[in-house]
Design a protein. Structure first.
Length: 138
């Protein structure tokens, strides 16, 4: 049986990005083009101006994917996970909604891109789960 974890992963993703920033492995003001794979660079509008911080705070201008289409696909094929590339394709075709940093709109694709940045920075899932489980209050 599969369960939805939805936005719970946003917190984990944010913690990983902030941990990488704390360790000096990336900066929140880094342009995302520095971290994302080359195959995405031509697809993301305003990629040279967009920063990691703008992905984190939903001010990137990247559109949201069509939840209804994704949900229908999951309903018809509940045992087949939908790859994140499907969501990326939908959004990048509809973007940009606005110039980076000039407005706000929730887009889960921001966090898909952040997970790619986490991978590129070498903060793998195994390490991430250890670091998060060992976090202590300041």
């Amino acid at each position: 049986m599969r369960g939805l974890i939805a936005s719970v992963t946003k917190s984990v993703t944010s913690i990983a990005i902030l941990k990488l920033a704390e360790e000096g492995k990336l900066s929140l003001v880094d342009p995302i083009e520095r971290w994302l794979p080359a195959y995405l660079m031509d697809r993301i509008p305003n990629v040279k101006e967009m920063t990691i911080r703008q992905l984190l705070d939903h001010t990137s201008g990247i559109a949201e994917y069509d939840n209804e289409l994704i949900n229908l696909e999951e309903l018809h094929n509940p045992d087949v996970p939908i790859p994140c590339q499907v969501s990326l394709e939908q959004c990048l075709s509809a973007s940009p909604l606005f110039s980076p940093g000039t407005n706000y709109t929730l887009s889960n694709v921001n966090y898909i891109l952040l997970t790619l940045i986490i991978d590129a920075a070498g903060f793998h899932t195994r390490i991430m789960s250890h670091e998060i489980s060992s976090c202590q209050p300041a």
